[in-house]
Design a protein around this ligand. Structure first.
Ligand SMILES: C[C@H]1O[C@H](OP(=O)(O)OP(=O)(O)OC[C@H]2O[C@@H](n3cnc4c(=O)[nH]c(N)nc43)[C@H](O)[C@@H]2O)[C@@H](O)[C@@H](O)C1=O
Length: 372
């Protein structure tokens, strides 16, 4: 990645070796949250499909583009670069409208969020501004862009969340009532209903994907699955011995993020816009995740895990298990990676990562308490 901050950064990906369509024939996608786990998988997926992909990124004093660096191509290489990045922010309506007008996308994927449930209790106001009002700003930018340009061939995807179901018992489907249990979840409910409202009021092609937890080796390290697999790798390599966690009895329907981005795209390829639950239909407790991940490398989690009340939430979501029959029937979508395979994939990558850290620690370049 270039060391200079570009106003436009770009990348390309072709695995089948075929030349991409000429620019005038290529579909154009705009993604908010492109630097996140889902944004990176969706970008890879869309580039493979021959799209030009534009990502909106937030300004930060440090680069936060690690997950898409491998796709990056210097924008000066104009004919090869098919992923481009621009500065914008869901809290800045004018930036959203400006990039919509400039890019004129066919598909808009709103993946950006303050997505950490526990953190949303600490910064509820910011969470609501970005997750709820930010979605409204983007919808309004799309609506006013269509009104001004007459471009009706534009489709909108809203990243919804199983957290919206919250306290409502499983299995949860599109018809299950929402009972959100955090500022994050309440904000996602607002974003969901804004999306439904813009569909009903203005005829916008707008879909809500109600995605259950989806993980990968690119998952942020403060979410429980990655926190666990990072610890497994580091404990295995002798870089740490304890892992501090909160509620081990919470149960989640965990799938692979790479599978879930395909469902997002499929929703926008339908004739009519609609809302879909995306899930594996299996639920496992945090404790089961510990059993499988530590067990996989021959460790006993009970020797390492310490409960720290700091990680308990003021109100918890106990049990999520999706009913994805609509997505299966209408979209023809189904998950490819199961729970055991997902855990192993994450542990394998994090053992490798810990081995690289160990080299740095042994050479005196890093303290074992630090993480690169
Ligand atoms: C679908 C949904 O998925 C995610 O939200 P989440 O389910 O809250 O994910 P998580 O990995 O933070 O927590 C899962 C469970 O694990 C428990 N837990 C125990 N001990 C720790 C712990 O130490 N850290 C964390 N983070 N969780 C812990 C915690 O109390 C909770 O019951 C986000 O992507 C969100 O954006 C989203 O939309």
């Amino acid at each position: 990645m270039a060391s200079e901050i570009d106003t436009a950064r770009s990348g390309s990906l072709t695995s089948n070796g075929s030349a991409p369509d000429p620019p005038e024939h290529r579909k154009v996608a705009l993604i908010t949250g492109i630097t996140g786990q889902d944004g990176s998988y969706l970008t890879e997926f869309l580039l493979e499909k021959g799209y030009d992909v534009y990502g909106l990124i937030r300004r930060s004093s440090n680069f936060n583009t690690q997950r898409i660096n491998h796709i990056y191509i210097d924008p000066h290489n104009a004919h090869k670069a098919r992923m481009k990045l621009h500065y914008a922010d869901l809290s800045d309506a004018s930036s959203l409208r400006r990039w919509l007008d400039t890019i004129a996308p066919n598909e808009v994927y709103n993946l950006a969020a303050q997505s950490h449930v526990a953190v949303s209790f600490e910064i509820p106001d910011y969470t609501a501004d970005v997750v709820a009002t930010g979605s409204l700003r983007l919808l309004e930018a799309v609506r006013s862009h269509i009104a001004a340009t007459g471009r009706t061939d534009i489709k909108y995807y809203q990243a919804g969340s199983s957290e919206m179901f919250g306290a409502t018992p499983p299995p949860q489907s599109e018809t299950t009532p929402f009972h959100p249990r955090s500022p994050y979840a309440v904000s996602k409910c607002a974003a969901h209903w804004y999306t439904v409202n813009y569909r009903e009021a203005y005829g916008l092609f707008a879909c809500n994907g109600i995605l259950f937890n989806h993980e990968s080796p690119r998952r942020g390290e403060s979410f429980v699955t990655r926190k666990i697999t990072r610890a497994v790798g580091r404990i295995k390599e002798g870089l740490q011995s304890k892992l501090f966690l909160g509620n081990l009895q919470a149960s989640r329907d965990w799938g692979f993020a790479g599978d879930y981005v395909e469902a997002m795209w499929m929703m926008l390829q339908q004739e009519k816009p609609d809302d879909y639950v995306v899930a594996t239909e299996e639920s496992h407790t945090v404790e089961e995740f510990l059993e499988v991940s530590f067990g996989y490398v021959g460790l006993n989690w009970r020797d390492h895990v310490v409960i720290d009340k700091r990680y308990l939430r003021p109100s918890e979501v106990d049990n999520l298990k999706g009913d994805a029959s609509k997505a299966k029937k209408v979209l023809g979508w189904k998950p490819k990676v199961g729970f055991q395979q997902l855990v192993k994939m994450m542990v394998d990558e994090d053992v490798e990562l810990a081995k690289r850290e160990k080299v740095l620690v042994d050479a005196g370049y890093m303290d074992s308490q630090q993480q690169p």
